[in-house]
Ligand binder design. Sequence first.
Ligand code: 0X9
Ligand code: ZN
Length: 425
Amino acid sequence: MKKTLYAFLLFALASSAAAGSFEQLRDGLELPSAPVPFLEAEASAQYLQGDSRYWVTVMAGDKYDRTGLLEAGLDIVEIGKDTVSGFIEKTEMEQLAAKGFIVKSRQAIQEYAKKHLKDFPAADAVYHNYQETLDELKGLAAANPGETSLFSIGRTIEGRDIWCLRINPAEKGETPSARPAAFFMGNHHAREHLSNEVALALAAHLLARKAEPEIKKYLETLDIYIAPLTNPDGAEYDIQTGKYRWHRKNTRVNADKTIGVDLNRNYDSLWCQAGSSHYPSADTYCGPYAFSEPETQAVRNFVEARKNLKTLMSYHSYSSLLLYPWAGKAVPVENGKDRKVFEAMAKGMTAFTGYKPEQSSDLYVATGDTTDWAYAARGIFSFTTELEGTTFYPGAAMIEKAAAKNIKAAVYLLSVTDDPYKLAQ
Ligand code: 0X9
Ligand code: ZN
């Protein structure tokens, strides 16, 4: 009883700082203006009522098993030696045995949540929601009018803007540039809030140090774009009740009334051929067709309109990995020179992060991701960073840690953006 009261008081104090974060309108429904009070984990899982996903651990010995599981609807979150764990819809879970998979353990998402929700999310008020992300970007733009432009690259399915901060003192707005360009993105996946933070921290870092010679030279020679929140609808949906929902996709209402398309399966590169699911309820649902989603369309249009893009980084979480194409086929990049560049850049960046550099498809084969499309369509040296941690919700302390090393890696990326092929010589 005492413990409950104490938790509530702590929550009340902390939530006064977070108030406003959850005032969103969705589907015409007015939502609570403040988070639902966190009392105890036992009670807290109730908000997931109606979510029929399970957290399962399934035997899987190699990338082919893992790819097959993604296609069977499993959203792989953790990879062990002989197993994988992640979320899967009940109906899809029930078909796993018939498909030859051995389920070692399973628990309803409500049970999983009881064990994994701690003092969340009041303690995470420092993370930026949609409005706070925009405020931060506006603040950076206002404080650095000579170096920045802020614009939307398109609107989401719910009508939110996908904001992009451009850092280039010579060219403003959406004017094309002949300068070599780098594009950093965060939060394709809703629950990967840390990826928004790292991208925001990178923007703040570059601008705070714009006069320092090392950064100044990139501002003078490159065209830098940072879009921290690629899936703002999903990110807001994930925190909408005041407690995390482990939501991955965007918020499209599918034909069968399930919610969301996996944006990192919706790009037009071998779309939905492997490691993604045609079940709308699956967390790896590829959508009805390639680029069906306004969010991926926005990225496509942005990239296609900028022939100067040389490098791209898409931040995700978690696992401490740096991944490069191919993601959608289990063969190395065919062009030897490009392969050399990818490997050298991966080595260069992981020297700062300590993450494991790896070809994406060595983890599992998954088609339709951002990096395969950007490389295949435009020859852009594109990477996925899986930030560190052992949970999607690693708490406030992780931001500084992850940002510090990934900023160094991003600055390395900038250092080769002028001509990535210099690494192939
Ligand atoms: O599966 C994804 O979309 C990415 N991992 S996440 O846990 N953030 O969802 C990885 C994309 C890279 N592609 C492959 N590993 N094939
Ligand atoms: Zn992700």
